[in-house]
Design a binder for this molecule. Structure first.
Ligand SMILES: Cc1ncc(COP(=O)(O)O)c(C=O)c1O
Length: 324
């Protein structure tokens, strides 16, 4: 049996009350996840088909990683998840401290040192398929997977980006700061890029300025200065880490409007995200960036970032040592 007593009081609800104790079943790779009050084998986790997350994309999420047995910048991610819930008026299903504890227990139950952890908070259901959120009670899911390597830090290659025709919506339409369960805009950009045989999409804002890649922030090294877009982006936590590394290493950095020209003519371009870390870009719309391979600035920043995620200064211990 896995440690499963959440210590939380869970109200009655259509998708609540899942088994509080769990043993990993077949077909789920031995993984367990947290759903509304208990750890369950991933294959047995359930939420209602009337949940507004399924019907309307009505919910929020955040992703955090564990590295070497420590959750990196856990409180920064918890704060952002709570800001997303506040912005969409979802009453918090657990407190910050409860989420901290549940997350640690979920990673521990999966016996992982390096993990990908996703919190999903759904609006819940009010027993009708209608959009009105009145009467819904939020559901919390904590999904834990082994860390997913998107890019080997010592790779000699990088991504080829293609600018997508679809644009990132401005804050007046839907704030990019909300990590909502509707990422269709980014999925469509990805489809466009893949259909053009590129590795990943580059999204512009509605004014044609460089904005984001799907699930990534963008950095462009231009004439010795790192540039990163200022408008209509999610303020990524990895982006914040890169800014801290730039300050430590006295690399000039500007948060500003970034034009496609800046990317095309850049010495280096790289992307940042919690799940992927720092990912180099070697081509944008057929223009070779720099020498066509990961550059020296990327190598420096990638090394510093790897040190940061492994550092006890930034991590919350999962397996017993003192929490920071
Ligand atoms: C739209 C978007 N932009 C950027 C990022 C990168 O943010 P972070 O570094 O906090 O993971 C994400 C992360 O998932 C995202 O969803």
């Amino acid at each position: 049996m896995l440690p499963a007593d959440s210590g939380l009081k869970i109200e009655a609800g259509e998708s609540r009350g899942q088994s509080a104790g769990a043993e990993a079943g077949e077909g789920d790779g031995g993984r367990v996840c947290y759903v509304n009050g208990g750890l369950v084998p991933e294959a047995e986790a359930r939420i209602s088909i009337l949940d507004h997350a399924l019907l309307y994309g009505d919910g929020v999420f955040d992703t955090v990683i564990a590295w070497d047995g420590r959750l990196f910048r856990l409180d920064d991610h918890i704060d952002r998840l709570f800001r997303s819930m506040a912005a969409v008026a979802i009453p918090t299903p657990v407190s910050r401290e409860e989420l901290r504890d549940l997350t640690i227990r979920a990673v521990r139950a999966n016996k992982l040192d390096n993990a990908y952890v996703k919190w999903i908070v759904t609006r819940g259901s009010n027993d009708t398929p209608l959009m009105d959120p009145a009467g819904c009670a939020a559901n919390l899911i904590i999904l834990v997977r082994p860390y997913i390597h998107r890019y080997a830090p010592d790779s000699r290659s990088g991504l080829r980006l293609k600018t997508a025709a679809i644009r990132r919506p401005p804050g007046q339409v839907l704030s990019p700061q909300i990590k909502s369960l509707n990422y269709l805009n980014l999925v469509l950009a990805k489809i466009e890029a893949k259909s053009a045989q590129a590795d990943e999409a580059l999204l512009l804002d509605i004014h044609g300025r460089v904005c984001e890649a799907p699930g990534y922030n963008v950095f462009v090294a231009s004439r010795g200065t790192l540039l990163t877009p200022q408008h209509d982006i999610l303020e990524g936590i990895t982006r914040a880490s890169v800014m801290e590394i730039a300050a430590q290493q006295a690399v000039p950095l500007r948060i500003c409007d970034v034009e496609l020209y800046d990317a095309y003519a850049a010495e280096e371009v790289f992307l940042t995200s919690t799940a992927g870390g720092l990912v180099p870009v070697v081509e944008v719309d057929g223009r070779v960036i720099g020498e066509g391979r990961p550059g020296p600035l990327f190598a420096r920043f990638s090394k510093a970032y790897q040190e940061m995620i492994a550092s006890p200064d930034w991590g919350t211990a999962v397996h017993g040592e003192q929490k920071n």
